[in-house]
Design a protein around this ligand. Structure first.
Ligand SMILES: Cc1ncc(COP(=O)(O)O)c(C=O)c1O
Length: 408
Protein backbone atom coordinates (compact mmCIF):
# COMPACT_ATOMS: atom_id res chain seq x y z
CA UNK A 1 0.00 0.00 0.00
CA UNK A 2 1.16 3.52 -0.80
CA UNK A 3 3.05 5.05 2.10
CA UNK A 4 1.46 8.41 2.84
CA UNK A 5 3.82 11.27 2.03
CA UNK A 6 3.82 14.21 4.42
CA UNK A 7 3.46 16.81 1.67
CA UNK A 8 2.42 20.37 2.46
CA UNK A 9 4.13 20.63 5.85
CA UNK A 10 5.35 18.33 8.58
CA UNK A 11 2.20 18.31 10.71
CA UNK A 12 0.03 15.20 10.70
CA UNK A 13 -3.46 15.14 9.22
CA UNK A 14 -5.14 15.06 12.65
CA UNK A 15 -3.05 18.00 13.89
CA UNK A 16 -4.13 20.04 10.87
CA UNK A 17 -7.76 18.92 11.27
CA UNK A 18 -7.89 19.86 14.95
CA UNK A 19 -5.86 23.08 15.02
CA UNK A 20 -6.01 24.46 11.50
CA UNK A 21 -3.37 27.17 11.39
CA UNK A 22 -3.99 28.41 14.94
CA UNK A 23 -0.57 27.22 16.05
CA UNK A 24 0.44 30.32 17.89
CA UNK A 25 -0.33 31.87 21.28
CA UNK A 26 -3.98 32.61 20.77
CA UNK A 27 -6.41 33.96 23.32
CA UNK A 28 -9.98 32.87 22.72
CA UNK A 29 -12.33 29.90 22.76
CA UNK A 30 -10.93 26.41 22.23
CA UNK A 31 -14.05 25.36 20.31
CA UNK A 32 -15.03 27.23 17.16
CA UNK A 33 -17.88 29.69 17.91
CA UNK A 34 -21.02 29.46 15.80
CA UNK A 35 -21.64 32.77 14.05
CA UNK A 36 -25.34 32.09 13.58
CA UNK A 37 -26.01 35.33 11.78
CA UNK A 38 -27.08 36.31 8.30
CA UNK A 39 -25.49 39.77 8.41
CA UNK A 40 -22.81 41.80 10.23
CA UNK A 41 -22.77 45.22 11.86
CA UNK A 42 -20.49 47.78 10.27
CA UNK A 43 -18.48 49.89 12.67
CA UNK A 44 -18.81 52.77 10.21
CA UNK A 45 -20.11 52.97 6.66
CA UNK A 46 -16.52 52.94 5.50
CA UNK A 47 -16.53 49.16 6.19
CA UNK A 48 -18.89 48.66 3.24
CA UNK A 49 -16.45 50.48 0.97
CA UNK A 50 -13.50 48.47 2.32
CA UNK A 51 -15.42 45.24 1.60
CA UNK A 52 -16.23 46.39 -1.94
CA UNK A 53 -12.52 47.10 -2.48
CA UNK A 54 -11.69 43.52 -1.47
CA UNK A 55 -10.68 43.74 2.22
CA UNK A 56 -11.17 40.11 3.42
CA UNK A 57 -11.41 41.15 7.08
CA UNK A 58 -14.79 42.84 6.54
CA UNK A 59 -17.74 40.48 6.83
CA UNK A 60 -20.99 41.64 5.23
CA UNK A 61 -23.40 38.75 4.57
CA UNK A 62 -23.34 35.00 5.32
CA UNK A 63 -24.11 33.94 1.74
CA UNK A 64 -20.75 35.53 0.89
CA UNK A 65 -18.71 34.45 3.91
CA UNK A 66 -19.02 33.53 7.58
CA UNK A 67 -16.30 33.01 10.25
CA UNK A 68 -17.53 29.52 11.25
CA UNK A 69 -17.62 28.48 7.59
CA UNK A 70 -14.21 30.08 7.06
CA UNK A 71 -12.74 28.01 9.93
CA UNK A 72 -13.72 24.77 8.14
CA UNK A 73 -12.46 26.03 4.78
CA UNK A 74 -9.08 26.89 6.25
CA UNK A 75 -8.73 23.48 7.95
CA UNK A 76 -9.82 21.52 4.88
CA UNK A 77 -7.39 23.41 2.63
CA UNK A 78 -4.59 22.51 5.06
CA UNK A 79 -5.72 18.88 5.33
CA UNK A 80 -5.96 18.38 1.55
CA UNK A 81 -2.74 20.35 0.79
CA UNK A 82 -4.78 22.79 -1.31
CA UNK A 83 -4.28 26.54 -1.42
CA UNK A 84 -7.93 27.26 -0.63
CA UNK A 85 -11.31 25.59 -0.05
CA UNK A 86 -14.97 26.55 -0.36
CA UNK A 87 -17.67 25.00 1.81
CA UNK A 88 -21.15 24.46 0.34
CA UNK A 89 -24.60 23.44 1.54
CA UNK A 90 -24.18 19.98 -0.09
CA UNK A 91 -21.81 17.87 -2.14
CA UNK A 92 -23.99 18.50 -5.20
CA UNK A 93 -23.84 22.28 -4.66
CA UNK A 94 -20.04 22.01 -4.52
CA UNK A 95 -19.79 19.84 -7.65
CA UNK A 96 -22.26 21.81 -9.77
CA UNK A 97 -20.86 25.22 -8.77
CA UNK A 98 -17.23 24.16 -9.37
CA UNK A 99 -18.10 22.81 -12.82
CA UNK A 100 -20.30 25.73 -13.86
CA UNK A 101 -17.60 28.20 -12.80
CA UNK A 102 -15.34 26.72 -15.50
CA UNK A 103 -17.73 25.75 -18.29
CA UNK A 104 -19.96 27.76 -20.56
CA UNK A 105 -22.26 26.74 -23.42
CA UNK A 106 -20.16 25.11 -26.13
CA UNK A 107 -17.62 23.68 -23.67
CA UNK A 108 -17.01 19.98 -23.15
CA UNK A 109 -16.33 17.79 -20.11
CA UNK A 110 -14.80 14.33 -20.18
CA UNK A 111 -15.83 12.01 -17.35
CA UNK A 112 -15.76 8.41 -16.30
CA UNK A 113 -19.36 7.10 -16.29
CA UNK A 114 -19.39 5.30 -12.94
CA UNK A 115 -20.33 8.23 -10.73
CA UNK A 116 -22.59 9.11 -7.84
CA UNK A 117 -26.14 8.97 -9.31
CA UNK A 118 -26.83 12.69 -8.79
CA UNK A 119 -23.66 13.71 -10.65
CA UNK A 120 -24.28 11.16 -13.42
CA UNK A 121 -27.85 12.33 -14.01
CA UNK A 122 -26.79 15.99 -14.00
CA UNK A 123 -24.12 15.16 -16.61
CA UNK A 124 -26.42 12.95 -18.66
CA UNK A 125 -29.70 14.88 -18.52
CA UNK A 126 -29.13 18.51 -17.59
CA UNK A 127 -25.72 19.82 -18.67
CA UNK A 128 -26.41 18.99 -22.34
CA UNK A 129 -29.54 21.20 -22.12
CA UNK A 130 -27.25 24.12 -21.27
CA UNK A 131 -25.09 23.40 -24.32
CA UNK A 132 -22.35 21.64 -22.33
CA UNK A 133 -21.38 18.24 -23.73
CA UNK A 134 -20.22 15.39 -21.48
CA UNK A 135 -18.17 12.64 -23.13
CA UNK A 136 -17.73 9.45 -21.11
CA UNK A 137 -14.47 7.53 -21.03
CA UNK A 138 -14.00 3.98 -19.71
CA UNK A 139 -11.65 3.81 -16.69
CA UNK A 140 -9.78 0.94 -18.38
CA UNK A 141 -9.17 2.99 -21.56
CA UNK A 142 -7.80 6.25 -20.21
CA UNK A 143 -5.59 6.65 -23.30
CA UNK A 144 -8.83 7.73 -25.02
CA UNK A 145 -8.76 10.97 -23.03
CA UNK A 146 -6.18 12.45 -25.41
CA UNK A 147 -8.38 11.53 -28.39
CA UNK A 148 -11.52 12.95 -26.78
CA UNK A 149 -10.00 16.32 -25.73
CA UNK A 150 -10.85 19.19 -28.08
CA UNK A 151 -10.25 22.94 -27.92
CA UNK A 152 -13.59 23.13 -26.05
CA UNK A 153 -12.62 20.76 -23.19
CA UNK A 154 -12.29 22.50 -19.82
CA UNK A 155 -12.63 19.69 -17.23
CA UNK A 156 -11.79 15.99 -16.93
CA UNK A 157 -13.84 14.58 -14.04
CA UNK A 158 -13.35 11.30 -12.17
CA UNK A 159 -14.71 9.61 -9.07
CA UNK A 160 -12.66 6.86 -7.42
CA UNK A 161 -13.54 4.48 -5.78
CA UNK A 162 -16.93 4.52 -7.47
CA UNK A 163 -20.36 3.59 -6.27
CA UNK A 164 -21.25 0.73 -5.72
CA UNK A 165 -18.68 -1.57 -7.39
CA UNK A 166 -15.75 0.36 -5.83
CA UNK A 167 -14.05 0.30 -9.23
CA UNK A 168 -10.93 2.46 -9.29
CA UNK A 169 -9.72 5.09 -11.73
CA UNK A 170 -5.97 5.63 -12.03
CA UNK A 171 -5.73 9.32 -11.09
CA UNK A 172 -2.03 9.65 -12.02
CA UNK A 173 -2.76 8.17 -15.45
CA UNK A 174 -5.69 10.59 -15.96
CA UNK A 175 -3.45 13.52 -14.99
CA UNK A 176 -0.68 12.33 -17.34
CA UNK A 177 -3.10 12.05 -20.28
CA UNK A 178 -4.61 15.47 -19.54
CA UNK A 179 -1.19 17.14 -19.27
CA UNK A 180 -0.26 15.62 -22.68
CA UNK A 181 -3.50 16.94 -24.17
CA UNK A 182 -2.88 20.38 -22.60
CA UNK A 183 0.54 20.57 -24.24
CA UNK A 184 -1.07 19.90 -27.63
CA UNK A 185 -3.98 22.32 -27.18
CA UNK A 186 -2.06 24.98 -25.24
CA UNK A 187 -5.09 25.42 -22.93
CA UNK A 188 -5.63 24.61 -19.25
CA UNK A 189 -7.80 21.57 -18.54
CA UNK A 190 -8.71 20.91 -14.90
CA UNK A 191 -8.50 17.37 -13.52
CA UNK A 192 -11.30 17.25 -10.94
CA UNK A 193 -11.59 14.30 -8.53
CA UNK A 194 -14.59 13.43 -6.35
CA UNK A 195 -12.73 12.11 -3.29
CA UNK A 196 -15.85 11.32 -1.21
CA UNK A 197 -15.47 7.52 -0.98
CA UNK A 198 -11.76 7.46 -0.10
CA UNK A 199 -11.41 10.77 1.77
CA UNK A 200 -8.02 12.43 2.27
CA UNK A 201 -7.10 9.80 4.89
CA UNK A 202 -6.89 7.17 2.15
CA UNK A 203 -6.19 9.05 -1.06
CA UNK A 204 -4.34 12.27 -1.89
CA UNK A 205 -5.54 13.43 -5.34
CA UNK A 206 -3.23 16.47 -5.47
CA UNK A 207 -0.17 14.26 -4.89
CA UNK A 208 -1.41 12.15 -7.83
CA UNK A 209 -1.65 15.16 -10.16
CA UNK A 210 -5.26 16.37 -9.79
CA UNK A 211 -6.05 20.11 -9.88
CA UNK A 212 -9.31 20.14 -7.93
CA UNK A 213 -10.91 18.00 -5.22
CA UNK A 214 -14.68 17.98 -4.80
CA UNK A 215 -16.26 16.07 -1.96
CA UNK A 216 -19.51 15.42 -0.17
CA UNK A 217 -18.68 16.41 3.42
CA UNK A 218 -22.00 14.77 4.32
CA UNK A 219 -20.08 11.46 4.34
CA UNK A 220 -16.72 10.74 6.04
CA UNK A 221 -15.80 14.33 6.92
CA UNK A 222 -19.14 14.90 8.69
CA UNK A 223 -19.16 11.27 9.80
CA UNK A 224 -22.25 11.29 12.03
CA UNK A 225 -25.11 11.24 9.47
CA UNK A 226 -26.36 14.59 10.74
CA UNK A 227 -25.29 17.23 8.22
CA UNK A 228 -25.37 17.87 4.49
CA UNK A 229 -22.33 19.75 3.17
CA UNK A 230 -19.82 19.81 0.32
CA UNK A 231 -16.36 21.08 -0.52
CA UNK A 232 -14.26 22.34 -3.39
CA UNK A 233 -10.49 22.49 -2.86
CA UNK A 234 -7.93 23.88 -5.29
CA UNK A 235 -5.71 26.83 -6.04
CA UNK A 236 -6.65 30.23 -4.62
CA UNK A 237 -7.58 31.46 -8.12
CA UNK A 238 -9.78 28.44 -8.81
CA UNK A 239 -11.60 28.67 -5.48
CA UNK A 240 -12.00 32.46 -5.81
CA UNK A 241 -13.86 32.01 -9.09
CA UNK A 242 -16.00 29.21 -7.61
CA UNK A 243 -16.88 31.39 -4.63
CA UNK A 244 -17.77 34.23 -6.98
CA UNK A 245 -20.33 32.04 -8.72
CA UNK A 246 -21.52 30.61 -5.39
CA UNK A 247 -22.58 34.11 -4.34
CA UNK A 248 -25.10 34.10 -7.20
CA UNK A 249 -26.08 30.42 -7.12
CA UNK A 250 -26.48 30.60 -3.36
CA UNK A 251 -25.43 27.11 -2.23
CA UNK A 252 -23.68 28.54 0.83
CA UNK A 253 -23.07 26.43 3.94
CA UNK A 254 -25.14 27.06 7.04
CA UNK A 255 -23.03 28.19 10.06
CA UNK A 256 -24.45 25.46 12.31
CA UNK A 257 -23.60 22.73 9.78
CA UNK A 258 -20.12 24.27 9.51
CA UNK A 259 -19.79 24.10 13.31
CA UNK A 260 -20.80 20.41 13.35
CA UNK A 261 -18.32 19.76 10.57
CA UNK A 262 -15.44 21.48 12.34
CA UNK A 263 -16.30 19.40 15.43
CA UNK A 264 -16.27 16.22 13.32
CA UNK A 265 -12.89 17.02 11.82
CA UNK A 266 -11.29 16.48 15.23
CA UNK A 267 -12.05 12.73 15.10
CA UNK A 268 -12.04 12.37 11.31
CA UNK A 269 -8.77 10.47 10.92
CA UNK A 270 -9.50 8.23 13.95
CA UNK A 271 -12.93 7.32 12.59
CA UNK A 272 -11.78 6.63 9.05
CA UNK A 273 -8.87 4.45 10.19
CA UNK A 274 -11.27 2.40 12.34
CA UNK A 275 -13.69 2.16 9.40
CA UNK A 276 -10.83 0.97 7.15
CA UNK A 277 -10.00 -1.81 9.63
CA UNK A 278 -13.62 -2.85 10.16
CA UNK A 279 -14.33 -2.88 6.41
CA UNK A 280 -11.37 -5.12 5.61
CA UNK A 281 -12.29 -7.50 8.45
CA UNK A 282 -15.94 -7.67 7.37
CA UNK A 283 -14.94 -8.19 3.71
CA UNK A 284 -12.63 -11.04 4.71
CA UNK A 285 -15.30 -12.63 6.91
CA UNK A 286 -17.93 -12.57 4.15
CA UNK A 287 -15.67 -13.48 1.22
CA UNK A 288 -16.23 -17.21 1.47
CA UNK A 289 -19.78 -17.14 2.83
CA UNK A 290 -21.97 -19.70 1.05
CA UNK A 291 -24.78 -17.20 0.41
CA UNK A 292 -22.43 -14.57 -1.08
CA UNK A 293 -21.30 -14.66 -4.71
CA UNK A 294 -18.69 -11.89 -4.55
CA UNK A 295 -17.26 -9.41 -2.07
CA UNK A 296 -15.84 -6.20 -3.51
CA UNK A 297 -13.36 -4.22 -1.40
CA UNK A 298 -10.13 -2.61 -2.66
CA UNK A 299 -8.12 -4.21 0.17
CA UNK A 300 -8.92 -7.82 -0.82
CA UNK A 301 -6.28 -9.50 -3.00
CA UNK A 302 -9.23 -10.86 -5.06
CA UNK A 303 -10.39 -7.31 -5.88
CA UNK A 304 -9.92 -6.76 -9.65
CA UNK A 305 -7.91 -3.53 -9.15
CA UNK A 306 -6.16 -4.44 -5.89
CA UNK A 307 -2.75 -3.53 -7.39
CA UNK A 308 -3.98 -0.05 -8.35
CA UNK A 309 -5.43 0.35 -4.84
CA UNK A 310 -2.00 -0.50 -3.39
CA UNK A 311 -0.41 2.07 -5.71
CA UNK A 312 -2.73 5.05 -5.27
CA UNK A 313 -4.42 4.61 -1.90
CA UNK A 314 -2.88 4.78 1.56
CA UNK A 315 -5.87 2.95 3.10
CA UNK A 316 -8.62 0.91 1.42
CA UNK A 317 -11.66 2.77 2.72
CA UNK A 318 -14.76 1.83 4.67
CA UNK A 319 -16.96 0.65 1.81
CA UNK A 320 -17.69 -3.01 1.03
CA UNK A 321 -20.11 -4.33 -1.59
CA UNK A 322 -21.41 -7.89 -1.42
CA UNK A 323 -23.43 -9.75 -4.03
CA UNK A 324 -25.99 -12.06 -2.46
CA UNK A 325 -26.88 -15.27 -4.32
CA UNK A 326 -30.48 -16.01 -5.29
CA UNK A 327 -31.92 -18.55 -2.85
CA UNK A 328 -34.66 -21.14 -3.11
CA UNK A 329 -37.82 -19.24 -4.08
CA UNK A 330 -36.10 -15.84 -3.94
CA UNK A 331 -34.46 -13.83 -6.72
CA UNK A 332 -31.09 -12.21 -5.98
CA UNK A 333 -32.66 -8.82 -5.23
CA UNK A 334 -35.28 -10.43 -2.97
CA UNK A 335 -32.53 -12.27 -1.11
CA UNK A 336 -30.56 -9.00 -0.78
CA UNK A 337 -33.67 -7.24 0.55
CA UNK A 338 -34.21 -10.04 3.05
CA UNK A 339 -30.65 -9.57 4.35
CA UNK A 340 -31.10 -5.80 4.68
CA UNK A 341 -34.48 -6.19 6.38
CA UNK A 342 -33.09 -8.63 8.97
CA UNK A 343 -29.96 -6.78 10.03
CA UNK A 344 -30.22 -5.70 13.65
CA UNK A 345 -27.14 -3.47 14.06
CA UNK A 346 -26.45 -2.26 10.51
CA UNK A 347 -29.05 0.28 9.45
CA UNK A 348 -31.01 0.03 6.19
CA UNK A 349 -30.53 3.59 4.95
CA UNK A 350 -28.98 5.54 2.09
CA UNK A 351 -25.76 7.57 2.42
CA UNK A 352 -22.38 6.51 3.79
CA UNK A 353 -19.41 7.50 5.88
CA UNK A 354 -21.13 7.73 9.27
CA UNK A 355 -20.08 6.06 12.51
CA UNK A 356 -22.99 3.63 12.16
CA UNK A 357 -22.94 0.87 9.55
CA UNK A 358 -25.43 1.56 6.73
CA UNK A 359 -26.62 -0.76 3.98
CA UNK A 360 -28.43 -0.08 0.72
CA UNK A 361 -29.42 -2.04 -2.36
CA UNK A 362 -28.15 -0.09 -5.40
CA UNK A 363 -30.87 -1.32 -7.81
CA UNK A 364 -33.49 -0.11 -5.32
CA UNK A 365 -31.73 3.18 -4.47
CA UNK A 366 -28.80 4.93 -6.17
CA UNK A 367 -29.25 3.05 -9.47
CA UNK A 368 -33.04 2.68 -9.60
CA UNK A 369 -33.24 5.17 -12.50
CA UNK A 370 -30.87 3.18 -14.75
CA UNK A 371 -31.87 1.02 -17.72
CA UNK A 372 -30.74 -2.63 -17.80
CA UNK A 373 -28.09 -1.68 -20.37
CA UNK A 374 -26.72 1.08 -18.11
CA UNK A 375 -26.72 -1.28 -15.11
CA UNK A 376 -24.70 -3.76 -17.15
CA UNK A 377 -22.27 -1.00 -18.23
CA UNK A 378 -21.87 0.07 -14.60
CA UNK A 379 -21.41 -3.54 -13.41
CA UNK A 380 -24.35 -3.23 -11.01
CA UNK A 381 -26.26 -6.44 -10.31
CA UNK A 382 -29.59 -7.04 -8.49
CA UNK A 383 -28.06 -9.00 -5.60
CA UNK A 384 -25.65 -6.24 -4.58
CA UNK A 385 -25.72 -4.71 -1.11
CA UNK A 386 -23.52 -1.67 -0.54
CA UNK A 387 -22.19 -1.55 3.00
CA UNK A 388 -20.80 1.63 4.54
CA UNK A 389 -18.96 0.12 7.46
CA UNK A 390 -19.10 2.07 10.71
CA UNK A 391 -17.04 1.99 13.88
CA UNK A 392 -19.08 -0.56 15.85
CA UNK A 393 -17.37 -3.62 17.35
CA UNK A 394 -16.30 -5.78 14.43
CA UNK A 395 -17.41 -9.05 16.09
CA UNK A 396 -20.92 -7.59 16.45
CA UNK A 397 -21.00 -6.55 12.80
CA UNK A 398 -19.80 -9.92 11.49
CA UNK A 399 -22.36 -11.74 13.67
CA UNK A 400 -25.11 -9.38 12.46
CA UNK A 401 -24.39 -10.07 8.78
CA UNK A 402 -24.08 -13.82 9.40
CA UNK A 403 -27.49 -14.01 11.11
CA UNK A 404 -29.16 -11.91 8.37
CA UNK A 405 -27.54 -13.95 5.57
CA UNK A 406 -28.74 -17.15 7.22
CA UNK A 407 -32.31 -15.91 6.66
CA UNK A 408 -31.78 -15.02 2.95
C1 LIG B 1 -19.50 10.14 -4.33
C2 LIG B 1 -20.53 11.19 -4.01
N1 LIG B 1 -20.36 12.43 -4.50
C3 LIG B 1 -21.26 13.40 -4.26
C4 LIG B 1 -22.41 13.16 -3.53
C5 LIG B 1 -23.39 14.25 -3.30
O1 LIG B 1 -23.27 14.73 -2.00
P1 LIG B 1 -24.47 15.41 -1.17
O2 LIG B 1 -25.49 14.35 -0.91
O3 LIG B 1 -23.79 15.94 0.03
O4 LIG B 1 -25.03 16.49 -2.04
C6 LIG B 1 -22.62 11.88 -3.00
C7 LIG B 1 -23.84 11.59 -2.21
O5 LIG B 1 -24.15 10.46 -1.90
C8 LIG B 1 -21.66 10.87 -3.25
O6 LIG B 1 -21.82 9.62 -2.78
Amino acid sequence: MKKKKQSGGILSLSTRAIHGNKLYAYKGPVATPIYQTSTYRFETSDDAVRYAKGDPSVYVYTRYHNPTVHDVEEKIALMDHGEAAALFSSGMAAITTAILAFTKPGNEIISTAALYGGTYRWFRDELPQSGITVKFVHPDHLDQIERLVTAKTTIVYVETPTNPTLDLVDIAEVAKRVRNAERKSGRKIFVMVDNTFASIVNQDPFALGADVIVESATKYLGGHSDIIAGLVVGTSDFVKRVKGLAKHHGGCADPFAAYLLTRSLKTFELRVRKQNGNALALARALENHKKVNRVLHPGLPSFPKHQLARKQMSGYGGMVTIEVKPSKGRSAVEAAARVCDNLKIAVNAMSLGGVETLVSIPVYSSHIFMSDTELLQHGVTPGMIRISVGIEGIEDLIADFEQALALA
